[in-house]
Design a protein around this ligand. Structure first.
Ligand code: HEM
Length: 199
């Protein structure tokens, strides 16, 4: 009887863990910390030691790499797509009031918008259309092997009301999206949310 119970229990455990293996990866992941050993360059390549932290979300459909000091934020967003990739900071609800960066590479030409979502599901016009300013100080990107990478640099506190102001030590909510189109008016095929912490 006891051995039957043990076998039954083992089967239940095996089924449980097999089930877990099939689950999609958690959308929100703990950031991984690295020593920064390489210079930041907006070349569309996430190099070893270039960023201090990274999160890989939805099994690698989206990645974010970042480092910051009190004044400046450096970030790379990488999506499994030839279309746009985007990150949004501190939405109020759904996408609304998120401070967004939407970037894409079209025939080798890199574009990135400093944008702001005015509604629950967009639109997310550039800050400049809303009376704000473009605060992306440097951008770069690449499109290779089915992945698009956008790198950018901005001030932690840009002074623009369409950018969220960040502080060292702060944790912020973030959303992300990946589209199959280069047109930022087209919606995403994948999206998710998480949290990231600044050093
Ligand atoms: C014009 C472009 C966009 C359109 C038309 C759009 C539309 C939508 C719609 C209709 C939803 C509702 C849920 C769904 O059906 O998936 C949604 C959800 C969402 N969108 Fe967008 N979106 C756009 C751009 C973006 C961008 C640039 C981001 C990231 C920076 C983003 C992040 C999200 C997230 C994270 C959700 C899910 C929110 C939640 O579950 O709380 N979207 N979007």
């Amino acid at each position: 009887m006891n051995s039957k119970l043990i076998s039954l229990f083992s089967v239940i455990l095996a089924v449980f863990f097999a089930g877990c293996a099939d689950q999609p990866e958690e959308n929100s992941a703990e950031p991984v910390l690295h020593a920064v050993t390489a210079e930041w360059t907006a070349d569309g390549v996430v190099s070893d030691g270039e960023y201090a932290q990274k999160m890989i979300l939805s099994g690698g459909i989206f990645e974010v790499h970042w480092k910051n000091d009190a004044e400046m934020l450096y970030m790379a967003i990488k999506g499994e797509t030839d279309g746009w990739v985007a990150i949004g900071f501190e939405p109020e609800v759904w996408m609304k009031d998120a401070d967004m960066i939407v970037g894409w590479v079209d025939d080798g030409e890199v574009s990135a918008l400093d944008a702001y979502s005015t509604g629950n599901y967009g639109p997310h016009p550039p800050d400049t259309d809303l009376g704000g300013t473009d605060n992306l100080l440097e951008i770069g990107g690449s499109e290779k092997d089915g992945f698009t990478v956008i790198e950018f640099k901005r001030k932690m506190d840009t002074g623009d009301k369409f950018d969220k102001a960040f502080e060292s030590g702060q944790t912020v909510s973030m959303i992300w999206g990946v589209s199959e189109f280069d047109d930022p008016e087209e919606r995403h095929i994948e999206a998710g949310k998480g949290e990231l912490a600044f050093q």
